[in-house]
Write a protein that binds this ligand. Structure first.
Ligand code: GLU
Length: 304
C-alpha cells in the first residue's frame, strides 16, 4: 500500500527551495505578478481520499487546462461531429502557432491548441444563450464548489493583448470554421482561460477522467468512450510541443497551462494537480514537471 501523503510531502520538500524555477508567463500582463515561490500538490484518489502539500489551496489561473473542461462540456452535446471541425493529432508546434492552421485549411490539429479550443468555444457560444454562465455552473457542479469564479482582470488583460488569438479566430472565420462573431467567441475563450481554481478544485474537476466519465458527485458526465478519448488527447496533445517529453518522463495523460498548473490522470486510480508558476521554455511548469516525474518514479504508477 503506497503512502501517498508521505510521497507527496517528500517531493514537496525536495523541490520547494529549488532555485531553478523557470519564467513566469508575462505575455498576459496580469499573470506576470504571481510569486514564483508558490508550489502546491494535490492528489484525489478515486476511493475518495485526498493528499496534499504546500500551496494546494490557493486559486490560480488555469489557462489552457480549461480546454479539457470545455471539450468535456461540448462532447456530450456535439458528440463525434466535433471531429469534422477539429483533428486529433499532436501539433508538434507551440500552442499559438498559426501557419499550420493556414496550411491545413482552417482545421486545427487538436482541441488543445488555441485554434482548436477557439472552435470548441464557438460550439458553446452557438449552443448556449449565456455560455460563460453555463460553463461556470458546469465547473461549480463538477467540483461541488460554488466559490469558483473567473478572474475578470486576467480575462481583460488577455482581451487587450491576445493578438495571436484574434488572428487565429479570424483565420478560422475565413475558412468557415467559426459560426459566431470573432469577438463573441474570444470573449468566452478568454474567460474560460481566466478561471481560477486551486489544486484541490482541479483534481476534483478532473475526477471524471479517472473514473470512466462519472464525476465526484457520481453523475455520469461523459460516456466511458468519451472519457477514454479525452485521456488519449491529453496524452498526445496536452503539453504543447512537449507532449512526448511528458509521456517519456511522467507517463500519464495530462494538461498544462501557462498559469503554471499541471493536471495528470491515472485512469482507475487518481488525479494529481501541481502548481508552480515558473515555466520552462516550452511553456510547461518547470517544478510541476519535475514533481510529477518524481511522483511516477517513486510510486511506480503510470499508464505504462
Ligand atoms: N489564454 C492563453 C492563450 O490563449 C492560454 C495559453 C495556455 O495556457 O496555453 O494564450
Amino acid at each position: 500500500m503506497i503512502d501517498f501523503q508521505k510521497v507527496i510531502e517528500s517531493i514537496y520538500v525536495e523541490l520547494k527551495d529549488d532555485i531553478n524555477r523557470g519564467e513566469i508567463a508575462s505575455y498576459i500582463p496580469e499573470l506576470s505578478t504571481i510569486d514564483s515561490q508558490n508550489f502546491g500538490i494535490h492528489l484525489k484518489h478515486i476511493d475518495g481520499n485526498s493528499y496534499s502539500s504546500g500551496d494546494w489551496n490557493i486559486p490560480f489561473s488555469i489557462q489552457s487546462i480549461s480546454k479539457v473542461l470545455s471539450l468535456a462540456f461540448v462532447f456530450p452535446i456535439y458528440k463525434d461531429t466535433i471531429w469534422e471541425r477539429i483533428d486529433v493529432e499532436p501539433s508538434g508546434n507551440p500552442f499559438n502557432q498559426l501557419s499550420l492552421l493556414e496550411l491545413e485549411n482552417g482545421i486545427p490539429r487538436n482541441p488543445f491548441i488555441n485554434a482548436g479550443a477557439i472552435v470548441i468555444a464557438d460550439m458553446l457560444v452557438s449552443h448556449f444563450d449565456n455560455p460563460k454562465h453555463e460553463f461556470l455552473n458546469f465547473i461549480k457542479d463538477l467540483t461541488n464548489d460554488q466559490t469558483i469564479n473567473y478572474n475578470y482582470d486576467v480575462a481583460k488583460s488577455e482581451q487587450r493583448t491576445g493578438f495571436r488569438n484574434y488572428a487565429a479566430a479570424n483565420l478560422l472565420k475565413a475558412f468557415d470554421n467559426l459560426e459566431n462573431h470573432v469577438d463573441d467567441v474570444l470573449d468566452f475563450y478568454f474567460h474560460q482561460c481566466a478561471l481560477e481554481l486551486t489544486c484541490e478544485q482541479l483534481s476534483n474537476a478532473f475526477f471524471m477522467f479517472a473514473n470512466h466519465g462519472i464525476c465526484l458527485q457520481q453523475k455520469k458526465r461523459l460516456s466511458q468512450s468519451q472519457a477514454k478519448r479525452i485521456n488519449a488527447l491529453m496524452l498526445t496533445c496536452g503539453f504543447y510541443d512537449e507532449a512526448g517529453e511528458f509521456a517519456f518522463e511522467v507517463g500519464l495523460p495530462g494538461k498544462s497551462g501557462v498559469g503554471g498548473g499541471i493536471i495528470a490522470v491515472l485512469p482507475n486510480h487518481f488525479t494529481i494537480t501541481t502548481w508552480s508558476p515558473g515555466l520552462n521554455q516550452k511553456g510547461n511548469s518547470l517544478i510541476g514537471m519535475k514533481a510529477l516525474e518524481k511522483f511516477t518514479t517513486k510510486t511506480n504508477l503510470s499508464i505504462f
